[in-house]
Write a protein that binds this ligand. Structure first.
Ligand code: AHM
Ligand code: MG
Length: 303
């Protein structure tokens, strides 16, 4: 079954359906440039975070924005590659936040990368929480392109990009409460954060399997597809909030995990309930199987 039809079965109709399809079109366009390698090198610009933008980052941003621009129901957009949120259509019902190409520093080594998109109610993103997301759309560009669509209250579903479009691959993805896979982001933090070192020692002593690629999307994709595991990206003294952004990365990936029956925390509270104070806000993240997230947090509370 194609994405278009499956969305209707999930109760995603009308304007929201149009926005989700536009996101999928954007993913299709980005998959084209990622897989052909025709766009390479640096753009010669920096994003708001002071990071050098790849031409691919800029092109991916433009492709997705162009698809959203076609849909009158998109009110505002915010992108990791833009300085500010932008209004597309004054009467739109939905605001869309995205990281068009997460993990783009992994493109040259041909590792998997992804796109992270969240559809919120209209208006500015400031003050919004991930619990308000209507639909999350997350793509993984590996040897194949796969797409997760998480619909609020209706679970997470996976699609495969085939020559005929996005084909339903797996309905209602569920993550077990426990599972011995670990993806430890920001291991550099261990040097100054002994709690994290102790958590890593716990995983090693208990024979967990390491599955870490350096890309948050493929790492969390691993948890969703295998149905278990945990991904962590804590902060430490030099970078108390870590690196990953609440709006573009942590909030959306947390929504996806919670819709699949997992958990997501910043170490203190659920990442779904954390209001956005500014567009470039960073957050620590502990996400995955419920008990694995709880276990990881115990080390930080004890420390
Ligand atoms: P990006 O948005 O600049 O691509 O950075 C996000 C990526 C995540 O996918 C990944 O988890 C993280 O950066 C890894 O960063 P590092 O290796 O610097 O800790
Ligand atoms: Mg990113």
């Amino acid at each position: 079954m194609q994405l278009d039809e499956h969305l209707k079965i999930l109760g995603v109709n009308g304007a929201l359906h149009e926005v989700v399809i536009a996101c999928a079109e954007g993913v299709f366009d980005i998959a084209g440039v990622v897989h052909t390698g025709e766009v390479s090198g640096y753009a010669g610009t920096q994003n708001v975070f002071g990071e050098n933008q790849l031409k691919l980052d800029v092109v991916s941003n433009d492709l997705l924005t162009a698809e959203l621009q076609k849909v009158a129901s998109v009110h505002m957009i915010a992108s990791e590659e833009l300085d500010n949120e932008q209004e597309l259509h004054a009467d739109g019902e939905f605001s869309v936040a995205f990281d068009p190409l997460d993990g783009s520093s992994l493109v040259d080594v041909n590792f998997a990368v992804g796109t992270i998109i969240a559809i919120y109610p209209k208006g500015s993103f400031i003050g919004k929480k991930a619990s308000e997301i209507h639909v999350a759309v997350v793509a993984v560009y590996g040897p194949r392109t796969t797409l997760f669509v998480a619909v609020a209250g209706k679970g997470v579903h996976q699609y495969l990009l085939t020559s005929g479009g996005f084909e339903l691959q797996k309905e209602k993805i569920q993550v077990d409460d426990e599972g011995k896979y670990f993806a430890p982001g920001n291991l550099r933090a261990c040097a100054k954060n002994p709690q994290y070192q102790e958590l890593v020692n716990y995983w090693l002593a208990n024979q967990y399997t390491l599955r870490y690629s350096g890309g948050m999307v493929p790492d969390i994709n691993h948890i969703l597809v295998k149905g278990k595991g945990v991904f962590t990206y804590p902060g430490y003294s030099d970078e108390p909030h870590g690196k990953l952004r609440l709006l573009y990365e942590c909030g959306t990936m947390s929504f996806l995990m919670v819709e699949a029956g997992g958990a997501a925390s910043d170490g203190v509270m659920s990442l779904l309930d954390k209001p956005l104070e500014h567009l470039d806000q960073r957050s620590p993240i502990f996400v995955g199987s419920k008990k694995e997230v709880e276990k990881a947090l115990e080390f930080f509370i004890m420390g």
